[in-house]
Design a protein around this ligand. Sequence first.
Ligand code: GLU
Length: 315
Amino acid sequence: MRLSSRPSRARTELDAGRYAPTPSGDLHLGNLRTALLAWVFARSTGRRFLLRMDDLDPARTGAEARQLADLAAIGLDWDGPVVRQSERLPHYQAAIDRLTAADRTYECFCTRREIQQAATAPHAPMGAYPGTCRTLTESDRAELRAQGRQAALRLRSTATEFVIFDYLHGYYRGQVDDVVLRRGDGIPAYNLAVVVDDAAQGVDQVVRGDDLLSSTPRQAYLATLLDLPVPRYAHVPLVLNAEGQRLAKRDGAVTMADQLALGSTPEQIVALLADSLGYTATTAAGLLDSFDPAHLPHEPWILDGNGLLQRSRCP
Ligand code: GLU
């Protein structure tokens, strides 16, 4: 059992950073800020920058095109065509087949509620799947199927923790459990797809919101089981509203379209994002020269309307 990701290999010109939005709606200023950071991290280190749509759940009509237009409007460019997870299903299945052939998977019939109940039992590891379905016999499974229960497929993990390296958080040790590989509805799970895709695309630098930090040891562990390299990570602080909650549409004029409609220019939006990171710049390219990851804020950016054109808040 390996307890941490292997040391990174020498970087090659094929290495890449990426931004991987979910096309479920318009990007808000927090998403744009994370995308800008992912781009600056990649470009300032000579990497390719890739865009991938995490569209395993059906995309909202028009969302992908609007997201791409907004990213271009703040000055981001990317290499090669946009990759869509919905077009890569055979690759996820191949990874699942490989893990299954190595006896690393099992069917799980638990409902969300059953998992929650089991996870709150005394001595259950916080937030980890408690392994209820690990030891089901074939006849147990047949019975559950006969009841019409749909099975998810889980990893049979032999580790409980894994260590990753993060530019902002340093060495981060986090929980590993029997992560879902394929959901009950048959759709590959995000945690599997992201690992398969990053490796296939040569992504060795993953910059994303720090809400995903706690999932990352699971993903890195999964990568090692599939003999795939583990990227280096930068989990960047989220943008929160004045109440300390994650920024959302109800917080007012938080999307590019909202801001443009109120008279902001893309340059002003870049300037606002740059300012929140401690830089003065009105273009993405302008950030490149002075960018230093060591000086990034580690605290969330609280967006309370100061310096931001704000329409009145929705009730
Ligand atoms: N699609 C995920 C999101 O929009 C990000 C996944 C990732 O960067 O790994 O939150």
